[in-house]
Ligand binder design. Structure first.
Ligand SMILES: C[S@@+](CC[C@H](N)C(=O)[O-])C[C@H]1O[C@@H](n2cnc3c(N)ncnc32)[C@H](O)[C@@H]1O
Length: 361
């Protein structure tokens, strides 16, 4: 054994795998039992009560419990305090790996190497020569390769924009992303074998598609919520100063609905949207903000006052969703059809409400 381990880490790992199994068993549970998450997450960050990020390492109390819990762990934060990489929530990873349904000989492409933990699970199960993983962050790729090597696994890990795939290793039978996309990038479809399965976070849901022909795929969303960090790509920052100068209109729905029951449909209708909220000193919600990569921005105060600016009237779209859905719609009622020219998500069948995703890069 060349990686730090002791009775406590081994016991914690087995306990987490048993919890994930929930009394059942799959080859993925074997992988979670065998692959040491702590090697890939030697340090993670958590926010203190003042919102500052504090690093937690092996020496700190609570480190092993957190690393072998069913929690997503922030593993990198930029100079502005924004998380830029994380180790995803193990139960969501398991759900995605199961949905991928890969067989022994399949070639698998992963977008978003991050710590390398998911690539390690894939390599453990399928053999390292069957796994290719791409991350946009060179420093993360270097660390992931080092940690994979530590546990004796050498899948192909490359630095680049995952949306471009990795043509030199194509074709792929399975494609999995652990970074949220706004649409299915066409390069991935071009690099996929006929009948390939693609499992990706699309907005705040997990889409599972089957490739039906060159540039074509169909599928639907899993019932699992997903909150992955967005693919790094160009985008405008929110225009909060500009929006504050706009005249107000009155919202036809409670602003809090965007943060709850409409979170997923809004991510389909407004691909790539971000939201934030401002609370009172007592912790009560005061204002919800949202913006999209084209710079469109909206704010909605709990009093109902709405302000909007930019090319899209974002709050108008959110209000239209509130009229379509009574409560929180089930993710599995949404289907996705991808062609070389259009990508459309529909609700409860092709004749139901539908939304077009942005064009592929
Ligand atoms: C949630 S983390 C991935 C977790 C990872 N699978 C693991 O097991 O640790 C998301 C990762 O996506 C990467 N990422 C962001 N934009 C990307 C892009 N355009 N192409 C490839 N990777 C990207 C980030 O650098 C980050 O490491």
């Amino acid at each position: 054994m060349t990686w730090p381990d002791n009775g406590a880490s081994a016991a914690a790992r087995h306990r987490m795998a048993a919890d994930l199994a929930g009394g059942g068993w799959s080859e993925w549970i074997d992988a979670f039992t065998a692959v040491p998450r702590h090697v890939f997450v030697p340090r993670f960050y958590r926010q203190d009560t003042a919102g500052a990020w504090q690093s937690v390492t092996w020496e700190e109390p609570g480190y092993l419990e957190a690393v072998y819990s069913d929690d997503a762990l922030t593993t990198q934060v930029d100079d502005h305090g924004v998380p830029t990489s994380s180790s995803s929530q193990p139960s969501v990873m398991l759900r995605m790996l199961e949905a991928l349904g890969a067989d022994g000989g399949d070639q698998v492409l992963e977008l978003g190497t991050g710590t390398g933990y998911n690539a390690a699970l894939l390599a453990h199960r399928h053999g390292a020569s069957h796994v290719t993983s791409v991350d946009i962050d060179t420093g993360l790729v270097e660390a992931a390769v080092r940690h994979l090597d530590t546990v004796g696994l050498q899948p192909t890990v490359v630095a680049g924009d995952g949306a471009q795939g990795c043509p030199s290793r194509a074709p792929y039978d399975r494609v999995i992303a652990t970074v949220a996309l706004r649409m299915i990038p066409q390069p991935l479809l071009r690099q996929a074998a006929p009948g390939a399965v693609i499992v990706v976070p699309l907005g705040y849901g997990l889409a599972r598609l089957t490739v039906t022909g060159p540039g074509h795929a169909v599928g639907s969303f899993l019932d699992t919520p997903a909150f992955f960090m967005a693919r790094r790509a160009d985008g405008e920052p929110p225009q909060f100063e500009e929006v504050a100068r706009q005249p107000t209109t009155i919202s036809r729905m409670p602003p809090a609905d965007l943060l709850g029951r409409l979170k997923f449909p809004a991510s389909v209708a407004l691909p790539g949207y971000h939201s934030c909220s401002w609370n009172s000193a007592e912790g009560e919600l005061e204002t919800v903000g949202l913006w999209t990569p084209d710079g469109s921005t909206a704010t909605a105060h709990v009093s109902g006052a709405v302000r909007q600016c930019g090319p899209q009237r974002l709050w108008d779209t959110v209000e239209s969703l509130a009229e379509v859905f009574d409560g929180e719609p089930a993710r599995e009622d949404f289907r996705l059809i991808v062609t070389p020219t259009r990508q459309v998500v529909s609700y409860k069948g092709p004749d139901g409400p539908n939304w077009e995703l942005p064009p592929s890069p």
